[in-house]
Design a protein around this ligand. Structure first.
Ligand SMILES: [Fe+2]
Ligand SMILES: [Fe+2]
Length: 323
């Protein structure tokens, strides 16, 4: 299976590899089905811009690295409830949220790498929540790489899940960190450090961030981890960059906007070439990433023309063209 933009979908050669859900989590189309062009329009109307399909090109790509869709949707559901509570002063579902964070921690302890499902594969109404879940997943892997213990990881994950919750009250981009901080710090079950992730996730090392232009060492490391994951998710979704391009953009800001140790841990935790990605090699050959074994940035690939499969980790001389 592989991700494609919905505009690339061809009903004659492709089947859905994963179900498509609407905003109420009802299955619109089951795995294995093909999409009639009329129905494709409907999916575009509800904001879905990417699909996970099975076709001849993606043969043998199982994407075991992908986070389990039911887990992903459960956490999205839980966040949606949290946003509703924050926006209406209902009781905040703190226990559910901590349980959701625990589910992500458990998933991550069982795998070397987790690839998040792009938020563009769900209906527009769910995308803000999907974004936060994806930020939390990437932050979690980065935190592991930074050597955080389980408690530290939990505070980081909860902070990342809630980093944009200020938007539930106040959608202005400048003030959501502050509103988010106020919401999260009022929840007894949640650590103040998680509240600071919400407060500081738009601050940058150079002091040009917002809302407090903090800069340098004042910013908590959890907030920097969240900032990097947040930026990466925006680049790959809103700005439609390829993962490796987004990675390069982040790397270019290492030591400028983001702490070097955080960027370096991020780069070693989030795959720039996820399974299913099409790449061009320096020798001109087109290839597709089939799986990630141990080296995150040197995955296994299949050369399109010959069908030959090889691991880039074992062939250091084979290079991927950056564009
Ligand atoms: Fe934000
Ligand atoms: Fe965000």
């Amino acid at each position: 299976m592989r991700f494609i933009s919905i505009s690339e979908y061809d009903e004659h050669t492709m089947q859905l590899a994963k179900p498509v859900y609407d905003a109420k989590r009802r299955i619109l189309l089951a795995a294995g089905s093909t999409i009639h062009p009329k129905y494709r329009e409907r999916l575009i109307d509800i904001g879905i811009s990417h699909l996970i399909v099975e076709d001849a090109v993606s043969r043998g790509i199982t994407m075991e690295e992908l986070l389990d869709a039911p887990t992903w949707l459960d956490v999205i559901d839980c966040l949606q409830m949290a946003y509703v509570a924050a926006g209406t002063d209902r009781i905040f579902p703190a226990k559910d949220l901590l349980a959701a964070a625990g589910m992500l921690l458990k998933e991550s302890s069982q795998r070397t790498v987790i690839v998040a499902l792009p938020s563009s594969t769900v209906a527009a109404e769910m995308q803000a929540y999907a974004h936060s879940v994806n930020v939390a997943i990437m932050a979690l892997q980065t935190g592991k790489r930074l050597g955080y213990n389980q408690l530290q990881l939990r505070d980081l994950v909860v902070g990342c899940l809630l980093h944009d919750i200020g938007k539930a009250k106040d959608n202005r981009s400048e003030s959501h960190p502050e509103s988010g901080f106020q919401i999260v710090r009022g929840i007894r079950e949640i650590s103040l450090l998680s509240a600071h992730v919400a407060y500081q996730h738009h601050e940058t090392l150079d002091g040009n961030g917002h809302p407090r232009q903090m800069g340098g060492k004042e910013i908590h490391e959890y907030a920097q981890v969240c900032a990097v994951a947040n930026r990466y998710d925006h680049l790959t979704t809103d700005e439609r960059m390829q993962p490796h391009e987004a990675m390069e953009t982040i790397m270019a800001q290492s030591g400028i906007k983001y702490a070097e140790n955080v960027v370096s841990a991020f780069v070693r935790s989030v795959p720039a070439y996820p399974p299913g990605a099409r790449v061009r090699l320096l020798d001109g050959n087109e290839a597709i990433v089939t799986r990630i074994v141990h080296h995150l940035q040197r995955p296994c690939i299949r050369i399109m023309e010959t069908g030959e499969e090889l691991s880039l980790a074992d062939h250091p001389s084979i290079m991927i063209q950056s564009k």
